[in-house]
Design a protein around this ligand. Structure first.
Ligand SMILES: [Zn+2]
Length: 161
């Protein structure tokens, strides 16, 4: 188990587009395992590679539901519908939370750690977490989308992404 160091804002790596993954080897598997351990260590529900200092299109999401850990490599948004507004945080912005409006439903296409293509549909909070992580891969941070920052007493149960 390897906990990687989280890159906090401000940092150049957080605000630049990441490069597609082209090699699906054991190193990639190890990186995904490390990302999972790091996300769990810091009580996050998602983590993107630039948050551990790597400019590659890899992100994971795990909101502790029946879907388990969703490993997204080179993800693409195929469909987005509806709207939801809710609290969001980010492991790269410790202690900062704000309301963000996002699509309520998304369908994505991505590769798994073996390089196999899959599609995945999500709604509600899971869809929110997926959109937050995919934004990271384009250098887009949630703070650019916050409509209202939240006070500490409003934060019960909000986990950073
Ligand atoms: Zn984040």
């Amino acid at each position: 188990m390897t906990i990687r160091k989280i890159v906090n804002y401000p940092a150049e790596i957080l605000e630049q587009p990441c490069k597609p993954v082209i090699k699906f080897d054991r190193k990639l598997g190890k990186l995904l395992d490390d990302m999972y351990d790091t996300m769990i260590q810091y009580d996050g529900v998602g983590l993107a590679a630039p948050q551990i200092g790597l400019d590659v299109r890899i992100a994971i999401v795990d909101i502790d539901d029946e879907h388990g850990t969703i490993e997204m490599i080179n993800p693409r948004l195929i469909e987005a519908n509806g709207e939801q507004t809710g609290p969001e945080g980010c492991l790269s912005f410790p202690g900062l939370f704000g309301d963000v409006t996002r699509a309520n439903y998304v369908k994505i296409e991505a590769l798994n750690r073996k390089g196999k293509k899959y599609t995945f549909e999500a709604e509600g909070f899971l869809a929110r977490a997926i959109q937050h992580e995919m934004d990271h891969l384009d250098g887009v941070l949630f703070t650019s989308k916050v409509i209202r920052y939240l006070e500490e007493e409003e934060l019960k149960g909000v986990e950073p992404e």
